[in-house]
Write a protein that binds this ligand. Structure first.
Ligand code: SF4
Length: 583
């Protein structure tokens, strides 16, 4: 359930939903594993805000983990708040219905670029000035973390007093130490004292100077005295046990699933995937910690194994076996074809999983090399057959289009692959005496910061529309195949922010205040959208260069050149030092 209006009430009556009534329902549905004793001695009050609806937030493990860590601090109690349909009476927290403006700290959890406008809606409802520079000490300290905060924070950076660059488990101990002594947090004192903490970015300490003739070009980043040249990402080492859902609820999009992080980071190096680069290196959770979390999974819950390549871990077979032997069915956040041996498939089937989700990206062998994702089409087709013959009858395939240098032949290859998979799917279904459901989803490629393809452009919308129609027509009328082409406009907005700058902040605010589209807002400000989604010169200073990700720009550039030459790169390996992350 992603939107409040989609809640199903037991009495079946449709009514205008009061937020207090709704939050009562959500609150009562929750299984909260956090001991209330953790909040008992807290003298500071924080609220974690997810700028999307409750159901989306509660399926986000990073959001839940941060909420848990703040409450475990012992001196800060943390509540939760979400995007509300009706903000006319202000934004309130779930736990105490306190207005957000009355907290000491507001932590935003940022996961999607397309949620940025919701940040403004929430602040506006609380009459809190949008920009950090316009807020005095009378307002809460407003901070942000989450994947977007350390991918490219710039389009929203001027909103926040502080941003967390990296993983909360690693940064919070030092941050908590700095603020522990404050009975009434002083914004300016905290900002100055955080200047030296690795993993904290103070946006107000940096001034971004754009070219006066070509405003899409960043000329210089000026740094206030005492602040580091770049904000360095901080991450946990493998000795820290990772997280599982501190709260489960049937109203989460992942209804009643206890999410258990079995690994963080990904060793595969797919060149379009930002998460694959900004969470390096790959770290696997300790098997004892995972098993403990599985054992803590409630009777009405499932264990949901979370990771970027959930089947890549060396312990995955043991973890699945333990889960089944202890009477807990499990789900997997993603599946790689090349990890699906017979044993793993049997356990997936035994767990009652009816649908597996697989990212294929493209049917073009040429573009696969560019993306560094080189599973052959023959292997993919055979694997689909093996999965279906095991009785797992739902398969969701994810493809991309609008990829760099994509031509008609590449699109034909993708359509051909989808048809061949469908043929195998139907043939293999005969063993089950029923045909399940094959779904193919197509999303436009969005170039993301901190990937080797970050310098490439987002495809022109008119061309994208033609490509979408070409794919849809190519697969039209195929029985037993559902086609889903994701919103091009949403991808366009995502692309605008994904490599945006502080100019994007102005456009975002203008768009919000004037209730106009991002495109019209850019035009009203004398800017063009194609300036933001263009191909970028490899020698340009980038807004996200303010972050030191660990992965070097030199390595990304090498990988970009290999992509253009259709050369693949092997996975992370023991002793490798190439990208700058492993010391
Ligand atoms: S240095 Fe090598 S092993 Fe370490 S994260 Fe980078 S690519 Fe992977």
């Amino acid at each position: 359930m992603s939107k409040i209006k989609n809640v199903k009430f037991n009495d079946g009556v449709r009514r205008s939903i009061d937020i207090n009534y709704l939050y009562d329902i959500f609150f009562k549905s929750e299984h909260n594993r956090l001991a209330s004793a953790n909040r008992a001695n807290a003298y500071l009050k924080a609220v974690m805000v997810f700028p999307n609806y409750y159901g989306v937030a509660m399926s986000n493990l990073g959001f839940l983990r941060t909420y848990e860590l703040i409450n475990l601090s012992g001196f800060i109690s943390c509540d939760r708040a979400f995007m509300q349909d009706d903000l006319s009476k202000g934004a309130v927290s779930l736990e105490t219905r306190r207005r957000l403006k009355d907290y000491d700290f507001i932590f935003f959890s940022l996961s999607y670029e397309n949620d940025f406008a919701n940040i403004l809606s929430i602040l506006s409802a609380e009459k809190i000035p949008f920009l950090s520079k316009d807020r005095s000490n009378d307002f809460p300290l407003i901070m942000a973390g989450g994947v977007i905060a350390f991918l490219n924070p710039e389009p929203v950076a001027p909103i926040f007093d502080l941003m967390f660059i990296g993983e909360a488990e690693a940064i919070f101990p030092d941050f908590f130490e700095k603020i522990k002594s404050q009975n009434k947090p002083d914004k300016y004192e905290i900002i100055n004292s955080c200047a030296g903490i690795k993993g904290i970015y103070v946006p107000s300490a940096y001034d971004f100077i754009f070219d006066s003739k070509n405003p899409y070009i960043l000329n210089e980043i000026k740094i206030a005295k005492g602040f580091p040249k770049r904000a360095a990402r901080r991450w946990t080492d493998e000795n820290l046990s990772f997280s599982s859902s501190v709260i489960t609820t049937e109203f989460s999009e992942l209804s009643n699933i206890n999410m258990i992080e079995i690994e963080r980071g990904c060793k595969r190096g797919c060149r379009f995937c930002s998460a694959g680069f900004i969470y390096l290196p790959l770290r696997e959770s300790k098997i004892d910690a995972v098993n403990e979390a599985i054992s803590a999974t409630g009777e009405n819950e499932k264990a949901g194994f979370v990771g970027f390549g959930t089947m890549d871990g060396k312990n995955i077979a043991k973890i699945m076996r333990f889960s089944l032997d202890s009477g807990r069915n499990f789900s997997l956040s993603s599946v790689r074809f090349d990890c699906l041996d017979e044993n793993n498939l049997d356990m997936i089937k035994e767990s009652g999983i009816k649908t597996v989700t697989i990212g294929i990206e493209t049917g073009s062998e040429r573009l696969k090399k560019m993306l560094n994702k080189v599973l052959s089409n023959e292997n993919i087709i055979t694997s689909v057959g093996d999965i279906v013959k095991r009785g797992i009858t739902g398969i969701k395939l994810y493809f991309m289009f609008g990829l760099p240098y994509e031509n008609k032949d590449d699109l034909d290859d993708t359509v051909k692959l989808a048809k061949e998979i469908l043929k195998e799917f139907i043939s293999a279904s005969k063993a089950n005496k029923r045909i399940g459901k094959l779904t193919a989803s197509f999303s436009p490629f969005v170039p993301k910061a901190w990937t080797p393809l970050q310098w490439e452009n987002f495809e022109d919308l008119k061309i994208l529309r033609k490509k979408a129609s070409y794919i849809a027509n190519g697969l039209k009328g195929m029985p037993n195949l559902d086609i889903n082409i994701n919103s091009l406009n949403a991808a366009f907005t995502e692309a605008f922010f994904a490599r945006g700058s502080r100019l994007s902040t102005d456009i975002l605010i203008y768009s919000f205040l004037n209730k106009t589209s991002i495109k019209k807002s850019a035009e009203d400000k004398g800017l063009r959208m194609d300036g933001f989604i263009r191909k970028i010169g490899t020698d340009e200073l980038l807004p996200w260069d303010i972050i030191d990700q660990g992965v070097t720009k030199r390595y990304l550039l090498e990988e970009y050149k290999r992509a253009l030459n259709l050369k693949t790169t092997p996975q992370c390996f023991e002793g490798c030092k190439r990208c700058g992350v492993c010391a």
